[in-house]
Write a protein that binds this ligand. Structure first.
Ligand code: C6P
Length: 405
C-alpha cells in the first residue's frame, strides 16, 4: 500500500484544524471520502441527475443503469448471488429495522429473539420494539471478562423457542470480531433466522455472505469510504421473496388498483419512493476504490496500526484500555484516563487536531456491563499513520498534565 498516494486521494486530510494538520482517528463513526467518490457524486449531479426506473429518457436510463450497477458491485463485493439480494436503504439502522419488521411477522407470543450485550443500539432497540409488539422474549448473550462473545452462554441460551438470532460481526467499542461462521452453524441447526450487523466489519475484513450463511446482513456505505445516507441490506433471495415489504408506496409495486397492490421484483420490492441515486453512484466509486487497494491490504495496515497503538498507549500511566487480549479485532482502541471524563480527553485531543469519539457510543448496555459511563475511542483506517499515533500519545500525555492525573 502506498500510504502517501492514498492520503493524497483524501482532500479532507490536507485540512488544518485549530491551525494543526488533522489526524482523523474516528473512522468507526464514519470514514473520510476519496476524491474519486466526491467526483463521482459531482459528475452524477452535473451530467445525469434523473429519477431511476421512471422513464425512457436518456438521462433516466443512464441513472438507472448506474443505480443497478451499484447493486451489482455491492453483491460482488460481499459474494452475494446478485443484485436481487441487495436492498439499498438509508443506513445500517434502517436495514436492521427492516429485518426486525419483516422477520417479525413470523413471530408468535412466547417466541424468543437472541441478541448480545455488545450490540449497538441499532441492533437492540428494533428487537425490543418487536418483542413488545409480538409479546416475544428478548434474550442476551453475555460477554466474557475480556470482551468477547461468551459462546458457552450462547449455546446455553439458544433453544427451540429462539426464532431469530441477531449479532454484530464486530463491536464498535471493543473491536472484537465475533466468530460468525461458527455461530451460524449452530443457528442453522436450530432452524432460527440469523441476522448479522456488519456495520463495523465490511470495510475492515473480507466479507463472504455465502460463508457467513446469515439470512440478512446490514451495513452502511458511509463507514466504507462511501457517502452518508445509503445503507445496505443483504438478504437471501428466497427469504426476501417470501417476506412482505417493509415500506409501501411508489417504486416497490407491480400493479395497483384501488383495492389492492402486488409487489415489484427483487430488490425493488424493498426500495420505496425516490432513491438515493447519487449515494449509490458514490458508493460504486467507493467499492472500486476498496477493490483497487484490497481489503486484505487494508486489514494488514490496520492491524499494524492497532499493534503499534496498543503498545504505545499501554505505556501511558493511568490509562484503562478496553480491548480483548486474544482473538481477531478491528483497528479500534477504546480507553479512559483514570479520573478524567472522556469528553474532556476528546476536547484536549481536538485542540491538537486529533479527531476521536467520546461518550457511550450508542451502546449503553455494554457500558453498563463494563461498569463505566463512557470512554474515548480511536479507530484507524487505510490512510492513518504511525506518526498520527505518536501525536495521539503526546496529546494524551498533555491531557494528563492539564487534568493533573
Ligand atoms: N456506529 C459509531 O460511532 P448507521 O448509523 O445506521 O450508519 O450505523 C449504525 C450502526 C450499527 N451497528 C454498529 C455496530 C455500529 O457501529 C453502527 C454505527 C457509529 O460507533 C455511529 S453511532
Amino acid at each position: 500500500m502506498n500510504l502517501k498516494k492514498i492520503r493524497e486521494d483524501f482532500p479532507i486530510l490536507k485540512q488544518k484544524v485549530n491551525g494543526k494538520p488533522l489526524a482523523y482517528l474516528d473512522n468507526a463513526a464514519t470514514t473520510q471520502k476519496p476524491i474519486q467518490v466526491i467526483d463521482a457524486i459531482s459528475d452524477y449531479y452535473k451530467n445525469y441527475n434523473s429519477n431511476v426506473h421512471r422513464g425512457v429518457n436518456s438521462l433516466s436510463q443512464k441513472a438507472s443503469a448506474a443505480f443497478e450497477e451499484s447493486h451489482e458491485k455491492t453483491a460482488k463485493f460481499i459474494n452475494a448471488k446478485g443484485m436481487k439480494e441487495i436492498v439499498f436503504t438509508k443506513n445500517a439502522t434502517e436495514s436492521l429495522n427492516l429485518c426486525a419488521y419483516t422477520l417479525g411477522e413470523k413471530l408468535s407470543k412466547g417466541d424468543e429473539i437472541l441478541i448480545s450485550v455488545m450490540e449497538h443500539h441499532a441492533n437492540l432497540v428494533p428487537w425490543q420494539e418487536l418483542a413488545k409488539r409480538k409479546k416475544a422474549n428478548l434474550k442476551f448473550v453475555n460477554i466474557t471478562h475480556d470482551g468477547r462473545l461468551d459462546l458457552d452462554d450462547f449455546v446455553e441460551k439458544i433453544n427451540k423457542k429462539t426464532k431469530i438470532v441477531s449479532l454484530t460481526k464486530a463491536s464498535n467499542i471493543l473491536g472484537t470480531i465475533n466468530p460468525i461462521k461458527e455461530i451460524s452453524k449452530i443457528v442453522k441447526e436450530n432452524e432460527s433466522y440469523f441476522v448479522v450487523d456488519a456495520a463495523q466489519s465490511v470495510a475492515h475484513v473480507k466479507t463472504d455472505v455465502k460463508k457467513m450463511n446469515a439470512d440478512m446482513i446490514a451495513f452502511s456505505a458511509h463507514k466504507m469510504l462511501g457517502p452518508m445516507g445509503l445503507g445496505i441490506l443483504y438478504g437471501k433471495e428466497q427469504l426476501l421473496d417470501e417476506l412482505n415489504p417493509f415500506l409501501t408506496g411508489g417504486g416497490m409495486i407491480s400493479e395497483v388498483t384501488l383495492e389492492k397492490s402486488s409487489w415489484n421484483n427483487l430488490p425493488w420490492k424493498f426500495e420505496t419512493g425516490t432513491q438515493n441515486v447519487a449515494g449509490a453512484v458514490g458508493f460504486s466509486a467507493a467499492l472500486d476504490y476498496l477493490n483497487k487497494i484490497g481489503i486484505e491490504n487494508i486489514q494488514a495496515h490496520e492491524q499494524e496500526l492497532l499493534k503499534f497503538g496498543l503498545k504505545k498507549l499501554k505505556e501511558i500511566e493511568g490509562i484503562d484500555i478496553y480491548s480483548p487480549e486474544k482473538g481477531p479485532k478491528t483497528g479500534i482502541i477504546s480507553f479512559n484516563l483514570k479520573g478524567v471524563h472522556p469528553h474532556d480527553v476528546a476536547q484536549i485531543l481536538d485542540e491538537h487536531a486529533i479527531a476521536v469519539r467520546s461518550g457511550n457510543h450508542c451502546a449503553q448496555p455494554l457500558m453498563q456491563e463494563m461498569g463505566i459511563k463512557g470512554l474515548a475511542r480511536v479507530s484507524f483506517y487505510l490512510y492513518n499513520t504511525k506518526e498520527e499515533i505518536e501525536k495521539l500519545v503526546t496529546a494524551i500525555k498533555q491531557a494528563k498534565k492539564v487534568f493533573g492525573v
